[in-house]
Design a protein around this ligand. Structure first.
Ligand SMILES: Nc1nc2c(ncn2[C@@H]2O[C@H](COP(=O)(O)OP(=O)(O)OP(=O)(O)O)[C@@H](O)[C@H]2O)c(=O)[nH]1
Length: 219
């Protein structure tokens, strides 16, 4: 009889969209980088779906996602108020026991399916989390990361003790975290401020062939 290993557990995508976006000054999940009317929460969810994963959308309690319809993936509210993305992660691990969660922030406009697929292929027995090294400081990137089900007690303890920074949790439990190199160095550049929004939107437009670039960079 084969012994079940972590990487054989079913995997589910989770779009983290429950932030307050205070630095951006408007809801980061609703910003459109790729096409008018395509909010970043839906774009991220589509990327995860393209890798073949079922997806759900992580929100704060009582939060409505603008534009959400029953054709979109289901919404999963946090069980704890104002605890940041850790609350979303834990809500998903508890709602889908025995499943691993691929948690992806909604503020990564340069993310692509290759980056998601590379991380999925890096799952291995005994790694409770699989993450990329940050291009900027080499530390774990906690919000484009696979969390195996057995990491739930670690996250629950952290949440209850008020230690709510997912990156610090991964650093503190480095012995169960597998870190790999990002295939595309800017894939996890995140947009926190209006300046980030315009810079990353411009960078996406510059990557398009000249003939297909829109006339305006605003949207
Ligand atoms: N489910 C859930 N997701 C969150 C929560 N807080 C942040 N996120 C998500 O986690 C990711 C990173 O969020 P941050 O940039 O750290 O925080 P933010 O609240 O969105 O932005 P700031 O208010 O500017 O700090 C984003 O995808 C957020 O939508 C939360 O309380 N619950």
């Amino acid at each position: 009889m084969s012994i079940p290993t972590h990487h054989t557990r079913p995997l589910r995508g989770l779009v983290l969209a429950g932030g307050h976006s205070r630095r951006m000054g408007r809801d980061k999940a609703s910003l459109c980088y790729h096409a008018p009317g395509l909010p970043q929460w839906r774009y991220t969810s589509q990327l995860l779906s393209e890798t073949g994963l079922p997806v759900c959308l992580s929100v704060r309690p009582g939060q409505a996602l603008p534009g959400w319809s029953p054709n979109d993936p289901p919404v999963l509210p946090d069980q704890t108020n104002d605890a940041g993305p850790l609350a979303g992660l834990l809500a998903a691990l508890e709602a889908f026991p025995g499943e691993a969660i691929f948690a992806v922030a909604c503020d990564l406009p340069l993310l692509d399916t290759d980056t998601l697929r590379t991380l999925i292929a890096a799952r291995q027995a005994n790694a409770l989390a699989i993450a990329y090294h940050s291009t900027h400081d080499g530390l774990p990137e906690p919000l484009c990361t696979i969390y195996e089900p057995d990491i739930a007690p670690i996250l629950r303890d952290a949440l209850h003790s008020g230690f709510r920074c997912p990156r610090k949790i991964l650093i503190q439990h480095a012995e169960v975290v597998r870190l790999i190199k990002l295939p595309k160095p800017d894939a996890l550049d995140n947009a926190n401020t209006p300046e980030d929004f315009f810079r990353l939107k411009q960078s996406l437009q510059n990557a398009l062939p000249l003939s297909t670039r829109p006339l305006t960079t605003h949207g």
